[in-house]
Design a protein around this ligand. Sequence first.
Ligand code: CTP
Ligand code: MG
Length: 192
Amino acid sequence: MDIKEILIISAQSMWLMLPLFISNPSAVFTGNKKPIDFGKSFSDGTRILGDGKSWGGLVGGTLIGMVAGLAMAFVMRSADADVHWQFGASQVEILKNVFLISFGALFGDSAASFIKRRMKFKRGAAVPGLDQFDMIAGVWLLLMIFSWGWFTDMFISDGRWVGLIAVLILTPVLHRVANIIGYKIGVKEVPW
Ligand code: CTP
Ligand code: MG
């Protein structure tokens, strides 16, 4: 594999992961006062997820990510682009994968909050490592469980795993940039 191939695979992998980079930050705008954990505490006496994880954020963020993903899918299908730029071969598969990517990001984000609350980190506390990779972990897990064939074709077979490494390297960078923007425009309390 030459450098050009590595760059193309990396670009395709980042493209297919784009809905997650949209759904996760969108939750900041669609978040409401209806916590996913209904305000309940876990057996350790601390909130299950906390007020930072709301139904509005989960549903709204997922929908916005899906609209973006479906628009991306439409563009690539219209352009008759290479299969590695596509979210699936059929409309059902496209819808499924776009949902898994969009929802998976917020699912991973909520799972991370569950872990953070167990570790007694307050809402909004920065936990390096978890904060940057929770959404990626959520997406990959859901794709591996519910869309194994597509996931392997896109991100594992024929050396395409190099794309996953590119995603792992670029995600913390994008995460940082998004949070600084969120802080500057006043939708996030802290720049991380
Ligand atoms: N948000 C939401 N619902 C979600 C995810 C995010 O309402 N499912 C909103 C909340 O207003 C949240 C903000 O987006 O405060 C930023 O998200 P995030 O940084 O993930 O939450 P934190 O406030 O840091 O909470 P936690 O410590 O649980 O991560
Ligand atoms: Mg946070």
